[in-house]
Design a protein around this ligand. Structure first.
Ligand SMILES: Nc1ncnc2c1ncn2[C@@H]1O[C@H](COP(=O)(O)OP(=O)(O)OP(=O)(O)O)[C@@H](O)[C@H]1O
Ligand SMILES: [Mg+2]
Length: 515
């Protein structure tokens, strides 16, 4: 929408600086958003994108610089001020209350009162109206904890719209969505700008930038390093502007040399948190020196499969053997001790302790073992060395190894988990969405590491919602559909289209849906 540049400026940030202990997260950053425009904010992990948006949303007070909304200077002391000025934000990590319903979450802190009581009937009507207007399908009475990630995100959007946001800040909204949800989400974004709203959109997926952005601003090391016109830019040009060097999108990989079976899963049945059987008789095998990719639309049992293999979820029945050990009933720690690395899908819940230092997070789950401790005494020097090595090797952007992991940028938190789980003597690597939220340079690095582990003789079970990632890394691809492996396809025979069809259930006469 090139005519958008003639439109009025709804938001302008001028010379914004924001300092945290040991980092200048924003260094005199400028950003302009016109009415009806989609501005993409691009940059490496830790470049300062979320920080800038948190300043605009009134959560952080800038050390320097000013903000203008509709041409007028504003000073926000809290996000309530920003909301009043017409700004809404959907965070990288959602902020909903799981035990409340959709309607309750939407009105939370903004209740329509009828006498002393919450007018939930009216709230539900408004939620339904907004959901219809913008194509944001959600059930106002559903409890948030029961919703898929995609639906929770729609709730966050409705929440912002309910507060009359005209400028919507979306911090990595697509990182957690399935490909079909992403397409739908872009439809929603377009309907928002057609309704005269403006959008600031953060993503690491360059294809998305080229597909939806009107303009692109690139941050590196807290500074604006350039802007790009999506009509003339390419994924390559955006990547090198972001990272400051050329990036290889598909890491070269030689043929696999599979050895003995390391992981063997037989007739496995696993239930989800609600007791619904989601893994429904899975058989699979992963050998030393190969990567088995599990492709599938999210919610077809992948999560429960991975959790069962990692010892986090007891199977209902069936067998899981790792290096000949039947691990049924084992704790995650005991499984780890067999040489299993596990990158969980939800790093905030299972992978990281935010209040612990980066150094402690880099040894989590291994602290009671040599060389981290000896007779229950921590080997502090070793722990520090280990942390410093991890930070350097995986390019974790942190002021120091003593910094609490929770204060790192989203992508750098992910790198902490990956660095820990990929190091040491890994015989089996179980990874779910290993590069979610990572910038293109970091994706390249992590892919290289996974291939190197394979070449060193490890077995890799890779689960990813990104078909591109599955195709780039796997030696064989197991397509999972409704809790069963619909087909196992050797990589050379796999195509995007073929996998897509199997993922949609075109494989066989699948049994009835487990729900
Ligand atoms: N609350 C905080 N306390 C201390 N440091 C912080 C805090 N928030 C951000 N930082 C630091 O500021 C820098 C910028 O982080 P920010 O979260 O803005 O990056 P980002 O561009 O959003 O990265 P990502 O793509 O990984 O989400 C990082 O070095 C981070 O460690
Ligand atoms: Mg961020």
């Amino acid at each position: 929408m090139s005519e958008a540049t003639d439109a009025p400026r709804v938001l302008e940030a001028r010379g914004i600086s924001k300092r945290f202990p040991g980092v200048l997260a924003n260094d005199k950053v400028g950003l302009v958003v016109h009415k009806g425009e989609i501005v993409c904010l691009l940059g490496e992990n830790g470049a300062g994108k979320s920080t800038l948006m948190n300043v605009v949303y009134g959560l952080y007070h800038p050390d320097e610089g000013e903000l203008l909304v509709n041409g007028k200077r504003v000073v926000f002391t809290s996000s309530a001020d920003a909301i009043r000025a017409g700004i809404g934000m959907v965070h990288q990590h959602f902020q909903l209350v799981p035990v409340l319903t959709v309607a309750e979450n939407v009105v939370l802190g903004h209740e329509i009162r009828k006498g002393p009581f919450l007018d939930l009937a009216r709230a539900r009507r408004e939620v339904a109206a907004l959901s219809k207007e913008y194509g944001l399908a959600v059930d106002p009475d559903a409890r948030v904890e029961e919703l898929s990630v995609g639906a929770q995100q729609r709730v966050e959007l409705i929440k912002a719209l309910y507060r009359n946001a005209d400028i919507l800040i979306l911090d990595e909204p697509t990182a957690v969505l399935t490909p079909a949800e992403v397409d739908h989400f872009f439809g929603v974004v377009r309907s928002l700008v057609e309704a005269g709203k403006s959008v600031v959109f953060i993503t690491h997926k360059l294809r998305e930038v080229l597909a939806v952005a009107d303009t692109v601003t690139v941050l590196r090391g807290g500074k604006v390093v350039g802007t790009a016109d999506p009509k003339t830019a390419t994924e390559e040009s955006l990547a090198s502007l972001m990272v400051g060097r050329d990036v290889v999108f598909e890491v070269p990989k030689g043929p696999a040399h599979p050895g003995h079976v390391i992981l063997s899963v037989r007739e496995l049945h696993v239930a989800d948190d609600r007791g619904v059987p989601t893994v429904d008789g899975v058989h699979l095998e992963v050998r030393a020196g190969e990567i088995l990719g599990v492709a599938g639309v999210e919610g077809n049992g992948q999560r429960e499969l991975v959790e069962a293999v990692a010892g986090m979820r007891p199977p209902v029945r069936g067998h899981i053997q790792i290096e000949g050990h039947d691990i049924g009933g084992w704790s995650p720690r005991r499984v780890t001790q067999l040489g299993v690395g596990h990158v969980p899908e939800d790093r905030a819940k299972h992978g990281l302790v935010g209040t612990f230092s980066v150094a402690d997070n880099l040894m989590l789950n291994r602290y009671n073992r040599r060389p981290f401790s000896r007779r229950l005494v921590f080997e502090r020097a070793f722990i520090r060395d280990n942390a410093q090595r991890g930070v350097k090797e995986f390019d974790i952007r942190t002021p120091s190894v003593d910094t609490p992991a929770g204060s790192l940028s989203g992508g750098n938190q992910q790198k902490v988990v990956v660095a820990r789980e990929l190091s040491g003597d890994v015989k089996l690597l179980v990874v779910a969405q290993p590069t979610r939220g990572l910038d293109v340079g970091s994706v390249e690095f992590i892919h290289t590491q996974i291939i190197q582990l394979r070449d060193g003789g490890a077995a890799v079970l890779l689960v990813s919602a990104e078909l591109d990632e599955i195709l780039a890394l796997s030696d064989r691809i197991a397509v999972i559909y409704r809790g069963r492996v619909a087909a196992v396809v050797p990589r050379p025979e796999a195509t995007r289209e073929g996998c897509g069809l199997l993922m949609a259930g075109a494989g066989e006469q699948a049994p009835a849906a487990p729900t």
